[in-house]
Structures are given as structure tokens and as C-alpha cells.
Design a protein around this ligand. Structure first.
Ligand code: MN
Length: 320
């Protein structure tokens, strides 16, 4: 069947391009992932008194559905916390319907939840908590880190669950850096840590419910690494240290976020200085999102149920 010309697809037609640009566009769409936008970090805000974060997802340019299954990303850029005897953080609060993933770059985070999960993660470690049907948890700076003070830098990512798993049993995966698989780039150029999913046949330690790739590329100055993910996967990166050039054309500085379009598969990053880059790519979950505060479900009725269950103590108990 031929394409029917309607007002709608007329409006969607791109403006007239030069032959060269058209050729480029065609090549890009066929193979190279197209760069949709570079997002600078906005003003930080405090989550509790311990997490000073820049919010990238959902943000001005992308909503939860656009980056699904990555429905929230808070980035705590490097920040010095003074010594204190009273650990800073977030007190007891609930979650239902998704997973919280905390990646520590500097400092130490302690976690406890009502399902019995808990632990301390430090530099290079990851904590992957599946809230699913519901947990209460609390997140604090670790006690000794609090006493000495120091630089603190971390990411908290929320990974959505498909409807069929939203009410499954909570789970906790504490993943120390030693347990994270590493792909060694040639010539001592650096490594790619595979937190989840895979990179060049190296598989990640974290188990996930839907296809998710979560990588930390740690590159020396001038080193390059290439990546390939299906075009329909929602894909982005965040520069945690240093600066990089993406696809030989776009410079991305420290603390900046780059969103790829859903065209093409491959991209290359080259470190302009020693760099650490978080790369996330996941298959979109094609289901409606109903989100309110700490609950992310599919329908409004399920959100109401979550509040009811929480108010009726069905999330368990956790001491303050
Ligand atoms: Mn939380």
C-alpha cells in the first residue's frame, strides 16, 4: 500500500535539505545513533539532607515514557560533605512498581529495607533494589564516611518493571566492584564495567526483568570505545568525570547528559581527558505509566491501591 499523503505527514516532513545533509541524514539513520540532545545539569536540589542531586529523568526534555524503562535519574555530582556525627540521608519511605539502582562514584551509602535487604556500598559498587510489590527503605551516608566527611558522588536510577512483575517479591542485589564484569579495551585504554546487560559478550552481574544495559566506561585520555544497541532501545549517557566527544562531532562535558534518538545503532565515545561515563540503554516497556511520588504503576487505580496498602501497613515495618 502506498503512503497516503495527509496534512499530518506533510507537517512531519523535514524542511528542504542540501544534498550533502540528506546524504548524511540517510547514513545516520541507517547505522549511527543520532544525537538528540545534550542536557546541562540543572540547579541541584536536596533529597532528604544527604543527596544533592541534578534531576535528568524525568526532565524538561524527556518524560518517563520517553526514557522507559529508565523512569528517573537523579545525579549527585561531586560534592563535599563536612564531617558530622549525624549521618545525612533520607529516612524511611516506600516504593512500589520498579527498581532503585544506586551507583556510588565517591563516598559511601548505607541502605536498609523492610524486606531484610541492606548493605553499604562504596566507590565503584552498585546496589540494585527491586521494590516490586513494595518495601520501606532508608538511605543514608555510611557512618564512618559521615564522621570523616568527604567527596560524595552518586547516581540513583529507577528502572521500571513490566506490569506482570510489578507485584512480584522484593529483592536486593548488592554488587561490589569486584563482582562487576569488566571488558578490557586494547592498549590499556581503559575498561568498560558491565553492571547489567552485556558489552562485547561480557555479561553483567545484575539480573533484570527486561533487557537493560548499564555500563561504566572508564577511559584514558584519547581512548575510544564503541557501542551498539538496537535503534528502538532508549539510550543515553552521563559524563561523570572528564569530557568526551561522541560520534566524532559532539563534545560532552563533565556532569552533562546526552540523549540519543531512536534511530541507528552505533556510537563512539572518545575521551578528551580521563573520563568516566555511565551508559544506559533499555528496551522500552510499551505499557502506560501512572506515577505518583514513590509509586510507579500502570493505572490510577493501582496508585490509589498503593497508597491504601502503604497507609494500612502492608509494606512491612522498618525502624527509623
Ligand atoms: Mn528510595
Amino acid at each position: 500500500m502506498g503512503v497516503k499523503l495527509t496534512l499530518l505527514n506533510l507537517v512531519q516532513c523535514p524542511p528542504v535539505q542540501s544534498a550533502v545533509t540528506l546524504y548524511r541524514l540517510k547514513a545516520d539513520f541507517m547505522k549511527t545513533k543520532h544525537i538528540e540532545r545534550v542536557v546541562a545539569p540543572g540547579q541541584p536540589h536536596m533529597v532528604g539532607d544527604g543527596f544533592r542531586v541534578h534531576n535528568f529523568i524525568p526532565g524538561i526534555y524527556l518524560n518517563m515514557q520517553r526514557m522507559n524503562p529508565f523512569i528517573m535519574l537523579d545525579y549527585g555530582s561531586k560534592h563535599y560533605f563536612a564531617p558530622t556525627n549525624q549521618p545525612k540521608g533520607v529516612g524511611v519511605h516506600p516504593h512500589r512498581g520498579f527498581e532503585t539502582v544506586t551507583i556510588a562514584y565517591k563516598g559511601k551509602v548505607a541502605h536498609h529495607d523492610s524486606a531484610g535487604g541492606g548493605g553499604v556500598i562504596g566507590e565503584g559498587d552498585v546496589q540494585w533494589m527491586t521494590a516490586a510489590s513494595g518495601v520501606l527503605h532508608k538511605e543514608y551516608h555510611e557512618e564512618n564516611f559521615s564522621k570523616t566527611g568527604g567527596d560524595f558522588q552518586m547516581i540513583q536510577l529507577w528502572v521500571n518493571l513490566p506490569a506482570k512483575d510489578k507485584m512480584s517479591k522484593p529483592k536486593y542485589q548488592g554488587i561490589s566492584n569486584a563482582d562487576i564484569s569488566k571488558y578490557n579495551l586494547t592498549n590499556g585504554d581503559g575498561i568498560v564495567e558491565v553492571i547489567a546487560g552485556e558489552y562485547k559478550n561480557v555479561k553483567g552481574a545484575a539480573s533484570t526483568f527486561t533487557p537493560v544495559h548499564l555500563l561504566n566506561a572508564k577511559l584514558k585520555t584519547n581512548a575510544s570505545a564503541d557501542f551498539s544497541f538496537p535503534a528502538n532501545y532508549n539510550t543515553a549517557l552521563l559524563v561523570v568525570e572528564g569530557a568526551i566527544e561522541v560520534n566524532g562531532e559532539t563534545e560532552v562535558n563533565t556532569d552533562h547528559f546526552l540523549l540519543f534518538g531512536n534511530t541507528g545503532e552505533d556510537f563512539t565515545i572518545k575521551a578528551s581527558s580521563d573520563a568516566v561515563v555511565l551508559i544506559l540503554s533499555g528496551e522500552p516497556i510499551q505499557e502506560p505509566i501512572a506515577a505518583h511520588g514513590p509509586f510507579v504503576m500502570n493505572t490510577h487505580a493501582e496508585l490509589v491501591q498503593a497508597f491504601d496498602d502503604y497507609n494500612n501497613g502492608k509494606f512491612g515495618y522498618l525502624e527509623d
